[in-house]
Structure formats: C-alpha cells, structure tokens
Write a protein that binds this ligand. Sequence first.
Ligand SMILES: *[C@@H]1O[C@H](CO)[C@@H](O)[C@H](O)[C@H]1NC(C)=O
Ligand SMILES: *[C@@H]1O[C@H](CO)[C@@H](O)[C@H](O)[C@H]1NC(C)=O
Ligand SMILES: *[C@@H]1O[C@H](CO)[C@@H](O)[C@H](O)[C@H]1NC(C)=O
Ligand SMILES: *[C@@H]1O[C@H](CO)[C@@H](O)[C@H](O)[C@H]1NC(C)=O
Ligand SMILES: *[C@@H]1O[C@H](CO)[C@@H](O)[C@H](O)[C@H]1NC(C)=O
Ligand SMILES: *[C@@H]1O[C@H](CO)[C@@H](O)[C@H](O)[C@H]1NC(C)=O
Length: 217
Amino acid sequence: MLLLCSLLYFLVTSIQAQANTLPRDEGKFLCLIYLSVQIPSDLNALIEIAKELGKMDWNFDLNPCDGDWNSSLKDNSQFNNSVVCGNCSPGGVCHVVEIVIKGQNLAGVLPPSLAKLPSIHKIDLSFNYLNGTIPPQWASTKLDFLILENNMFSGVIPAELGKLTNLSKLVLSANNLTGKLPEELNLLTNLIELRISSNNFSGKIPNLGNCIKLQQL
Ligand SMILES: *[C@@H]1O[C@H](CO)[C@@H](O)[C@H](O)[C@H]1NC(C)=O
Ligand SMILES: *[C@@H]1O[C@H](CO)[C@@H](O)[C@H](O)[C@H]1NC(C)=O
Ligand SMILES: *[C@@H]1O[C@H](CO)[C@@H](O)[C@H](O)[C@H]1NC(C)=O
Ligand SMILES: *[C@@H]1O[C@H](CO)[C@@H](O)[C@H](O)[C@H]1NC(C)=O
Ligand SMILES: *[C@@H]1O[C@H](CO)[C@@H](O)[C@H](O)[C@H]1NC(C)=O
Ligand SMILES: *[C@@H]1O[C@H](CO)[C@@H](O)[C@H](O)[C@H]1NC(C)=O
C-alpha cells in the first residue's frame, strides 16, 4: 500500500511538474484521496474541468466525495455549488455523478473533460458567464440532465447530442446559440423538458414526433 502510494506520489508530482497545475506538495494529498475514496481518473478529470470552467475554489486537498465541495452560502435560487458522488463499488470507490455550479460568475468554457467522468449524469452550469461552444465530446456521456441556461454560449447545437438518449431535461435558453436545430433532437425519446428560447436560432423547429414524453417546450 505504502509502496503504491509512493509510486502514485511520484507519478502525480512528475505530472504536475510537467503540467504546472498545482503546487507540488498537493501530490501527497491527492495520493491519500486516490487510496481512500476516489478513482484517480475522476480526480484528474476534475482538475481539468476546474481549469476549463475557471473554477478556482475547488480544494484538491479535500475529498470531493465527502461533500466538502458543496456549499449553500447564498440564499438564492440561482446559486448552487455541489459535487455529488455515487455509483460506488463495494470497496467504497466512488464516481462523480453530478456537478451543479450555478450563479458563480464563471467565465471559462464548457469543459470537454466532462466526458472523462464515466458516471456523470447531471450537469447544471446555469447563470454564469461561460462562453464558447457545446463540446461534441459530451455525446459519449450518459447525461440525463443538461442545463446551461443564462450563459454566453455561441455556435450550433451539435448533432452529436442526439446520442444522449437518456436526456430528460435539456435547457439551453438565454445564450447566443445560432444555426438550425439539429434533426437529431428527435432521437431524444426520454426528453420531458426542452427549453431553447432567447437564442439566435434560424430555420424551422425539427420534427420532435419521437419525443413522446415531452411536456415543456
Ligand atoms: C454534498 O455531497 C454529499 C456527498 O456527495 C451528498 O451526500 C450531499 O447530499 C451533498 N449536499 C448538498 C447540500 O448538496
Ligand atoms: C443543488 O444541487 C444539488 C445537486 O444536484 C441538489 O441536490 C440540491 O438540491 C441543489 N440545491 C438547491 C437549493 O437547489
Ligand atoms: C470567451 O471569452 C474570452 C474572455 O473571457 C474571450 O477571450 C474569448 O474570445 C471568448 N470566446 C468566444 C468564443 O466568444
Ligand atoms: C442510459 O441509462 C442506463 C441506466 O442508467 C444506462 O445503462 C445506459 O448506458 C444509458 N445510455 C445512455 C446512452 O446514456
Ligand atoms: C451573438 O453572436 C453574434 C455573432 O454571431 C454577435 O454579433 C453578438 O454580439 C452576440 N450577442 C451576444 C449577446 O453575445
Ligand atoms: C443574430 O444573428 C444575426 C446573424 O448572425 C446577427 O446579425 C444578429 O446580431 C444576432 N442577434 C443577436 C441578438 O445576437
């Protein structure tokens, strides 16, 4: 165990030295977290996600799965700061299943690295100042909630999102998205809520005849 830990510590510090992301001495904390609760790949993905979002206050000395990263400091329905873990193995190793970061003035981009979290199923980044485009990489996730309202996203809705067949809630309103809505939205047969208003789409709304559960448009 100790040997494994030393090896991980060495690996982490050498990776950090290359990537220059975190102070070196955080390596040993990362190592402890690796060995206790979290899957290393999830933790590495979170480090990348933080960078992409511009989320500076995640403390990698603490274990995200202990709920240490949750806070509800503001009494405001537009604020939330939660990372939720689940899908744990019998050995107590867990995965990140939800990331909800609302109303925090984040000014980064949508994190392509989200696709590196194998169990992520809910992402809510609404009420920030995030820009850029929706990463097609997300099509490989198992998202059922994708909520991005009130940011500054541009570009088209990638046709690849049609692969997210478990999506029940897709909220993209109040951004600066453009182009035609992809026909592939009709593949989202579990969709209950679809909100896309206050953007700059062109063309017709595609046939959504297969989205038989749709209640809100
Ligand atoms: C904080 O995270 C923990 C662990 O994932 C979770 O059990 C708890 O419900 C969360 N609390 C809030 C307020 O989101
Ligand atoms: C914040 O998000 C977490 C994770 O999805 C959720 O459990 C919690 O209910 C939310 N809190 C509020 C006040 O909406
Ligand atoms: C996103 O915002 C940053 C500054 O915050 C800017 O440099 C960048 O060009 C913007 N990207 C897009 C696609 O608008
Ligand atoms: C949909 O959800 C089920 C159950 O969680 C999962 O087994 C399946 O892989 C998911 N499929 C997609 C495309 O997300
Ligand atoms: C939306 O994008 C267009 C260019 O595609 C740009 O001219 C306009 O300023 C943007 N609007 C906002 C509110 O960001
Ligand atoms: C919508 O898009 C058109 C064409 O790209 C552009 O001229 C217009 O400024 C955009 N409107 C807004 C509100 O961004």
